[in-house]
Design a protein around this ligand. Structure first.
Ligand SMILES: [Zn+2]
Length: 496
């Protein structure tokens, strides 16, 4: 289909993102049913309200409203004084009432923004059009030629977060979603688990020529559904950019359809649309009063907001002189930030120590976490055997020249496996650094004797052999020689 690559450069990619994030509450949106239905037998976490029985009346879940206000505040939105729940009418097997309670004309939060980091180090604002609250649908399960319905999820609280069409590349979409997920996790309103469906992304994707852009016109948009990883969102957008450019370049027109993403074939596929003309006949929900939000309540919720990832990142750079790349990684998950800050508290803040702690944490400790198969989820840092204070103690041994950095990496591996203290491992395995010059001099003398030929060539002007001798010294001391001391002694003695 994409046999000839189109010139995508003549088009501008325009993406708006819709994200459905399940609010972390104990009970569902309008009833007392528990939201911990993952793994429960089908249709066991239900009641007359979420089953849509006639006469059952909904009651608003206060915790879901607070989570949404919190989200709105974290996304720099204006919180409405009055929000109105509305019925969105459509017929589908997973929707027992025949309508979904959502918010339409008067959502809870509007006009916000989220700052994302661009590759060149700059930041960009993606405007948030609205954040509203609604109930989730049930799930259809298709097996062995039959279709089943599981309504455990029906009525779970969902926050829908909608951006303006401000995203112009697959990488920007990825950066936006990464930042959004980190923010939602940091404020504790969503688990961020995309593979469990707790965060679902639906990009609206279109392209337009630069002339259309000048005229303020947009191309026909395609919505891609059922994306279950950040990577697949990025891939789907990149694929659509090329597909739509191919269609337009060859004189065709893009059709307005819903697409799915085929992970195996790495391509979008047309899905049969639920209904062609979207006429949901929204009207205000007669069973629920308008939701009044007082300014006092908003202020109270604002006071509970923790430091957000962007602010924390800026603080690390400003106060501790961290590089942007590490500051971003450290603030991507609150568990990582907590580990890091405990590490710095134990290690100290002077002499570039926060940067050194950051380098070791994101370099060596994360490497072990990845090798352990846990690296996909950096939140696992909270469960590693090496405590932040133990990592700090290891770095102090390096600073005090008890061990050299290479030995420290090996010690950290043992710490990771056993949870033992660095000092105990150094003692037990005899790893303390050799900076005793008499020991080093002795090694050098032996090496010179064994490599008389090389020594002669060096003295004859082949200076690059210095590295060879340095390697021999480190090997002779089993890597424990203080590199600076060894180099100084070698420089002295090699002159002859
Ligand atoms: Zn229920």
């Amino acid at each position: 289909m994409l046999a000839t690559k189109p010139d995508v450069g003549q088009y501008e990619l325009v993406v708006g993102m819709e994200v459905h994030a399940q609010a972390l509450t104990k009970s569902k949106m309008f009833c007392r049913c528990a939201t911990d239905y993952q793994g429960s037998p089908p249709n066991t976490r239900v009641c007359p309200v979420c089953l849509g029985m006639p006469g059952a009346l909904p009651v608003i879940n206060r915790a879901a409203v607070e989570a949404t206000i919190k989200t709105g505040l974290a996304l720099n939105c204006t919180i409405a004084d009055t929000a109105v729940f509305a019925r969105k009418n459509y017929t589908y097997p997973d929707l027992p009432k025949g309508y979904q309670i959502s918010q339409y004309e008067l959502p809870l939060c509007i006009n916000g923004f989220l700052e994302i980091d661009m590759e060149d180090g700059s930041t960009k604002r993606v405007r948030i059009r609205r954040v509203h609250l609604e109930e989730d649908t049930g799930r259809s399960v298709h097996e062995g030629g039959y279709s089943y319905i599981d309504l455990n999820r029906a009525g779970a609280p969902l926050m829908e977060i909608v951006t303006e069409a401000d995203i112009h590349s697959p990488e920007e979409a990825y950066a936006y979603l990464t930042k959004l997920r980190a923010t939602l996790r940091a404020i504790g309103v969503n688990s961020g688990d995309m593979e469990k469906g707790a965060l679902r992304c639906e990009p609206n994707i279109s392209i337009r020529t630069h002339e259309q852009k000048a005229q303020g016109e947009y191309g026909t948009k395609v919505e891609v559904k059922n994306l279950n990883s950040l990577r697949s969102v990025r891939s789907a957008i990149a694929y659509e950019l090329e597909r739509q450019a191919t269609v337009l370049t060859s004189g065709g027109s893009v059709e307005q359809v819903n697409m799915g993403w085929d992970e195996e074939k790495q391509r979008t596929v047309v899905q049969r649309s639920k209904e062609d003309a979207h006429d949901y006949r929204y009207f205000p929900e007669p069973d629920l009063p308008p939701l009044q939000v007082s300014r006092e309540e908003v202020a109270q919720i604002a006071a509970t907001l923790p430091e957000l990832p962007g602010a924390r990142r800026d603080r690390y750079e400003r106060e501790w002189g961290l590089r942007r790349v590490e500051a971003n990684v450290l603030t991507s998950e609150s568990q990582v930030a907590a580990y890091y800050e405990q590490g710095v508290a134990a290690y100290g803040t002077g002499d570039g120590k926060p940067q050194r702690m950051a380098t070791w944490l994101t370099g060596e400790l994360f490497r072990l976490l990845y090798a352990d198969g846990e690296g996909q989820d950096l939140r696992q840092i909270a469960t590693v055997k090496v405590q932040p204070g133990q990592l700090a103690a290891l770095l102090k041994l390096v600073d005090d020249k008890v061990i050299n950095p290479n030995t420290a990496k090996r010690v950290l591996e043992t710490m990771y496996a056993t949870g033992d203290d660095a000092a105990a491992i150094v003692e037990r395995e005899g790893l303390a650094m050799v900076s005793d010059t008499s020991v080093i001099d002795q090694s050098i003398a032996e090496i010179f004797a064994a490599n008389a030929n090389e020594l002669e060539r060096y003295r004859g002007g082949e200076e690059k052999l210095f590295g060879f001798f340095m390697g021999q010294v480190m090997r002779a001391t089993k890597g424990k020689a203080d590199p600076a001391a060894a180099k100084a002694r070698l420089e002295e003695l090699i002159k002859g």
